[in-house]
Design a protein around this ligand. Structure first.
Ligand code: UTP
Length: 311
C-alpha cells in the first residue's frame, strides 16, 4: 500500500522490470515436456521464450526476472554465453550463426528465481516480490506469444496514466471462455481501455461476466504482493493471479486498487497448447522469405491432398 505521506503519485514510478513465469509443468505437452521446458520448444529456430524476452525489451523493459523450476536449467543456459560453441563458430568464421548464438545472451539483464513447487501463476508471481520490491512491473507468460510489443507498450502507458494494474483482454468465442480468466468490464473515454469490475478464472460459459478473456500480459501494481500472500488456492488447487487481481478491483485507487483492461485485437498464440503451437510454427516460418518459398508449394500440395481425402 502507498503511504499517504509519500508525495509520488504511483503512476509516476516507471515500469522497468519484467517478470516471466516459466515454472509450470507443461502437462498439455507431455511427453515432450518431461525433461524440456515447454518455453524452450522451438518456434522455427528460436525457443518460444526468446520471443517473449524480445517483446519485453522492445517495450523498454531491460531487467527480466524469470521464474523457473525443476527441469528448467536449459532456459538459464539459453540466455547465458556459450563459450565453446562461440569459439567453434568463430574458428569456422561463421559470423551469422555466431551472431544468432550471442543474441540471446546480450538481450537483457536476466535474473532467475526458482518457484520450488508449481503452486500456480499467482504463486509464481509472488516469487518475484524480493526482486521487484515496491515497483510496478510487467508480467509476460513464457508460453504466450503476441505479435508485437505494441500491446505491452500501451499497457505500460495506461498504467502511467491511471496507476493500478492493467490486464490484456481479448474477445473469445462463448464456448472458449471456460479456458481463460474472464473480465467484467465498463467502458472508459478511451476506445481501447476499460475498467475491470470483476474477474473470474475459467468460468462456466453461463456464468462468464463477458467474452473478454485475460491473455498472458499484465502490468501489476506492487499492491498485488500482500494480496497474493493472502490468496487461497482457487481453481485447480492453484494460487491464481486472476483471484488476486479480482481482490484488487475492490481496493481504493490510493491503495493500489483499480484494474484497467487494454482491449487487444491482434494475434496471440498459446504455445503450451499443441494445435496453437503448430499454428505458431507455421505462421512464423512463413514470415521468413527463404522458408516461405520452400514451404508454400509443399503446403499447397498437402492441403489439396488432404482436402481430397488422400493420405
Ligand atoms: P499454464 O497453466 O499455461 O502452464 O500457466 P502449465 O501449468 O505449465 O500448463 P499445463 O496446463 O500443465 O500444460 C501459464 C504460465 O504460468 C507459468 C507457466 O510456466 C506458464 O508460462 N506457471 C504456471 C508458473 O510459472 N508456475 C506455476 O505454478 C504455474
Amino acid at each position: 500500500m502507498n503511504d499517504s505521506t509519500d508525495q509520488r503519485r504511483p503512476e509516476t514510478v516507471p515500469v522497468t522490470k519484467a517478470v516471466v513465469p516459466a515454472a509450470g509443468l507443461g502437462t498439455r505437452f507431455l511427453p515432450a515436456t518431461k525433461a524440456t521446458p515447454k518455453e524452450m520448444l522451438p518456434i522455427v529456430d528460436k525457443p518460444a521464450i526468446q520471443y517473449v524476452v524480445e517483446e519485453a525489451v522492445a517495450a523498454d523493459l531491460h531487467d527480466v526476472l524469470m521464474i523457473t523450476g525443476r527441469s528448467k536449467r536449459s532456459i538459464e543456459d539459453h540466455f547465458d554465453r556459450a563459450y565453446e560453441l562461440e569459439e567453434a563458430l568463430e574458428a569456422k568464421g561463421d559470423e551469422e550463426r555466431l551472431r544468432s548464438v550471442r543474441e540471446s545472451s546480450d538481450l537483457a539483464q536476466m535474473h532467475y528465481v526458482r518457484q520450488g513447487e508449481p503452486r500456480g501463476l499467482g504463486h509464481a508471481v509472488l516469487c518475484a516480490k524480493a526482486h521487484v520490491g515496491d515497483n510496478p512491473f510487467a508480467v509476460l507468460l513464457g508460453d504466450d506469444l503476441i505479435d508485437s510489443a505494441d500491446l505491452l507498450r500501451r499497457m505500460i502507458q495506461v498504467r502511467e496514466e491511471y496507476g493500478g494494474s492493467v490486464v490484456a483482454l481479448m474477445e473469445v468465442e462463448p464456448e472458449q471462455v471456460s479456458l481463460y480468466g474472464c473480465a467484467g468490464i465498463e467502458p472508459t473515454d478511451e476506445d481501447d481501455v476499460v475498467t475491470v469490475t470483476d474477474l473470474v478464472e475459467k468460468p462456466d460459459p453461463e456464468q462468464a461476466p463477458s467474452r473478454w478473456a485475460i491473455i498472458g500480459r499484465y502490468v501489476c501494481d506492487p499492491a498485488i504482493f500482500p494480496v497474493l500472500q493472502e490468496t487461497p488456492p482457487g481453481r485447480g488447487g492453484e494460487i491464481q493471479l486472476t483471484d488476486a487481481l479480482r481482490e484488487l478491483t475492490r481496493y481504493k485507487p490510493e491503495d493500489g486498487g483499480t484494474v484497467r483492461g487494454v482491449l487487444f485485437r491482434g494475434r496471440r498464440y498459446d504455445t503450451g497448447n499443441r494445435a496453437d503451437y503448430i499454428r505458431t510454427v507455421v505462421d512464423f516460418a512463413f514470415r521468413r522469405p527463404e522458408l516461405a518459398a520452400e514451404l508454400l508449394p509443399w503446403m499447397r500440395e498437402f492441403v489439396d491432398r488432404r482436402g481430397s481425402g488422400r493420405p
